[in-house]
Ligand binder design. Structure first.
Ligand SMILES: [Fe+2]
Ligand SMILES: [Fe+2]
Length: 215
């Protein structure tokens, strides 16, 4: 995609969500886009693609739940028990599908970031992690540990997403509520990925050893 088309699609996405969202939720969307854009710069991701996904993430959030379910089923999107019970869980997958059908967004990573922003998914790419985390830490978010999560988001998107998922899981557990299976799978995958990273660091020779070996 050249820069011109990139800008065009971002302008179109902005108009698309402005039309479909209340002022309050559009405000949240714009803050998530700014936060995600800034995380993209910090972590060396393509800012335009991250902003596009962030702009679109809640595009279907104000479609009535019954209609979300109907759309998802009509488009053959995966609908499990949790989604049947709480169709608003479908607003990510429905938004991704709307973006593809109505805006012509074809970038698979952008669509995945939109699709997975609510419950997460194992194997989420950096773009999806940036949007997932930005949604949790945008400036108007206010909960006890948001400060720590904001710091973590700038340090490491994998750590930040894992921490957000652990928190969601513990919060649900305290209230006797189940956590979505995709969130548990995402957390398991992130923890494994982070463990592998630590193992790799351990097996890599340190500066001193390298110095000795070469001279
Ligand atoms: Fe959402
Ligand atoms: Fe959101």
């Amino acid at each position: 995609m050249n820069d011109r088309t990139k800008t065009d699609i971002i302008v179109a996405a902005d108009a698309f969500v402005r039309e479909r969202l209340s002022e309050k939720r559009y405000g949240h969307t714009a803050r998530v886009a700014d936060t995600a854009g800034s995380l993209a710069r910090v972590h060396g991701l393509d800012e335009g693609r991250v902003r596009l996904a962030a702009l679109l993430h809640d595009a279907a959030r104000e479609i009535p739940p019954g209609e979300q379910l109907r759309l998802a089923e009509g488009w053959d999107l995966p609908v499990g028990e949790p989604e049947r019970e709480s169709p608003k869980l479908l607003h990510g997958p429905v938004a991704a599908e709307l973006a593809r059908r109505k805006l012509g967004v074809e970038d698979a990573e952008v669509l995945d970031a939109v699709r997975f922003h609510t419950v997460g998914a194992p194997g989420m790419g950096p773009l999806a992690l940036a949007v997932y985390v930005a949604d949790k830490v945008e400036p108007a978010r206010d909960y006890p540990s948001v400060g720590r999560l904001r710091e973590l988001a700038r340090e490491d998107l994998y750590q930040a997403a894992a921490e957000a998922l652990r928190r969601a899981r513990d919060y649900n557990a305290q209230r006797g509520r189940p956590t979505h299976p995709a969130s548990l799978a995402a957390l398991g995958w992130l923890e494994e990925t982070l463990d592998l990273r630590v193992d790799e660091d351990d097996s890599r020779p340190g500066e001193d050893q390298r110095g000795e070996r070469h001279g």
